[in-house]
Design a protein around this ligand. Structure first.
Ligand SMILES: *Cc1c(COP(=O)(O)O)cnc(C)c1O
Length: 226
């Protein structure tokens, strides 16, 4: 199948998940994760109507952004961000999905020339292999970010464990939703926290059912070339 067909299929799945939960599918944004595909394939995705592109490596993001500079795209950095690399990417991103430590916040604050929309990454399942804050530390962390006027906490991000166990995945996503509500209750100006970045190729339907507003889909949308 081509990207257009993949996209139609995914949009249908989003629609069904939303209907199940009585929410509007307008609130769900599809990010095409292009880390496994070429610049040309990424262009194809944008021409098929994709508005959001996600990359987990700086070189990939910069190369694709240059190649697609004639097209309107929102750029999402979704990978682990090394503090010393912030300066290379900060001017080129619309969203950072992986804010998980104050040293990174310090560097973003130091380098930013405009407000940066950030997701705080949460390691809900506390897997050693994944980055992100444990749930118990998130509220205090978000509170500390009030001193960083270049950082806007637009939402929370997580990755579910890679497992067949649907109830475990669902539990991770609903925990992130609960945490979002807890943060929203505090009505912090710097942290509206209206967004939830969760769901990938294998689990985006569950994520949408549990309240995702940005899903990050690679393989099942644009395929895998390398
Ligand atoms: C690679 C990646 C994705 C997309 O993964 P697929 O399984 O190919 O859809 C989503 N989020 C992050 C953070 C990733 O690194």
């Amino acid at each position: 199948m081509g990207i257009k067909e993949n996209k139609e299929y995914i949009l249908n799945e989003i629609q069904s998940a939303c209907e199940k939960k009585n929410r509007s599918s307008k609130g769900v944004n599809l990010i095409a994760v292009t880390k496994y595909v070429s610049n040309e394939t990424t262009r194809e995705a944008v021409l098929a109507g994709i508005e959001h592109i996600g990359e987990n490596r700086i070189e990939g993001l910069l190369s694709k952004k240059e190649y697609l500079k004639d097209l309107p795209v929102k750029w999402h950095f979704i990978g682990t961000l090394q503090t010393r690399k912030v300066k290379d990417v900060i001017e080129h991103v619309d969203y950072i999905h992986s804010l998980d430590r104050l040293s990174l916040a310090n560097e973003i604050q130091k380098r930013a020339v405009k407000t940066i929309s950030c997701f705080v990454q949460v390691n809900v399942a506390e897997e050693d292999s994944k980055h992100g804050l444990p749930v118990k530390d998130v509220v205090a962390f978000v509170d500390k970010l009030k001193d960083y006027d270049s950082i806007k906490v637009v939402g929370l991000m997580t990755m579910a464990p890679f497992t067949e166990d649907e109830s475990l995945i669902r539990n991770v996503f609903s925990t992130l939703k609960q945490l979002q509500l807890e943060i929203q209750k505090q009505k912090m100006v710097h942290a509206p926290c209206t967004e939830l970045s969760m769901g990938m190729s294998n689990d985006y339907s569950i994520a949408v059912e549990e309240g995702a507003t940005f899903i990050r889909v690679g393989t099942s949308l644009v395929g895998k070339e390398f």
